[in-house]
Design a binder for this molecule. Sequence first.
Ligand code: NAP
Length: 244
Amino acid sequence: MTESKIALVTGANKGIGYEIAAGLGALGWSVGVGARDEHRREAAVEKLRAAGVDAFGVPLDVTDDASVTAAARLLRERAGRLDALVNNAAITGGVPQHPTAVSPQVLRTVVETNVIGVVRVTNAMLPLLRRAASPRIVNMSSGVGSLTRQTEAGASELTIGPLSAAYSPSKTFLNAVTIQYAKELRDTNILINAACPGYVATDLNGFRGVRTPEQGAAVAIRLATLPDGGPTGSFFEDAGVVPW
Ligand SMILES: NC(=O)c1ccc[n+]([C@@H]2O[C@H](COP(=O)([O-])OP(=O)(O)OC[C@H]3O[C@@H](n4cnc5c(N)ncnc54)[C@H](OP(=O)(O)O)[C@@H]3O)[C@@H](O)[C@H]2O)c1
């Protein structure tokens, strides 16, 4: 078993996921760069290594059972355990998404990636997480998944995003799933929380966000490195708890 802590970050080839990998790497962690495209994955691994990070590629499409099983096998053979899983990969399915016009196919694809993909990866990695001393799971959610924020008087597009019949509800669904995991795992040493990175300039939103990917990564890094006895089953942004 490797001495340094080991993390898997899904969708780590770019955007916030890349910066989560870089941030954990800067703390001395060994980081698996989960990414579905070989070229983008290897480019990210090379860039991280050039920055001094102990990074390695993990071929991973979160929508594909066989890919996720193979990723778990790779991590088991490499490290024998997993200290932190950051479920970061997601898609929007294209916005705005008018509820009156959204196609079932878009809904299905977004939920398959943003919710079922998280469950698929988490359950495949749980045996490895259970072998770590202080395992942490971070689900990258979004403030646009907060029903409280969506229904607040005076909410602006900056805080609740554009009309989104698939993406926002997928993050609400993910938050609900996170709570269920926390309940099932409450008597273990695994802490699982949802995170909102803020409105970050990435491919996801055509780089319209106002924060840097590094700023967006900070909350996930904090939750991946929580001390024992820290919170579980909660939803955080930099400023504190996000309402459900
Ligand atoms: N940007 C924001 O303002 C914002 C706000 C709130 C929450 N978030 C959340 O933060 C997380 C990161 O978003 P981002 O802004 O960094 O987006 P991004 O730059 O578009 O990156 C998304 C990542 O997910 C990967 N991905 C998508 N589908 C995948 C699949 N089936 N299997 C494996 N990887 C897959 C992408 O890989 P490819 O390169 O192969 O497509 C990419 O690496 C997401 O969960 C997002 O919902 C972002």
